[in-house]
Design a protein around this ligand. Sequence first.
Ligand SMILES: [Zn+2]
Length: 189
Amino acid sequence: MKVLIETSARHVHLSREALDVLFGRGYGLKVKRFLSQPGQFVSEDRVEIVGARGSIKNVSVLGPPRGSTQVELSLTDARKIGIDAVIRESGDLSGSPGCKIVGPIGIYDLKEGVIAAKRHIHMAPQDARKIGTDSGEIVSVKINSSERSTIFEDTVVRVSNKFSLACHIDTDESNAAGIKGEIFGEIIV
Ligand SMILES: [Zn+2]
């Protein structure tokens, strides 16, 4: 099955509590552009992520707010600012490293929640049935690019009727596969 490959740049998801501290009580994120997954958007709002050895400015805040604050960096980003990142699925934050998040009006001390997102495929139940896979299963994705064709193993399937079919990788993975512009991969079950 063909799947759209989307590269996720570094970003944060903020809890209501973190939003209040960083941007002000009751602040509403300003929608810049909607993403492929229904309701999810990139906001115009930015924060700075501070680790033990440096910081990264201008990190996008994605909306809407979530139950837990989560910072998604590439391993390259994390190393640069001195965070010993772990590869985790979104939401699996227990025991992950923390950081400081600097916003326009405040600083939020995040105890845990910095991850390098485990690559994954969002799909609807009918797509999963078609290729005989299910939520939580591990598949591979073959990407043919002009110079760095790559097979990504260890790609987790996430199924929900709220999802549209897309494979999410980070900027390290995208660079490793030499991806430029819109590209599709092949799911290998
Ligand atoms: Zn995703």
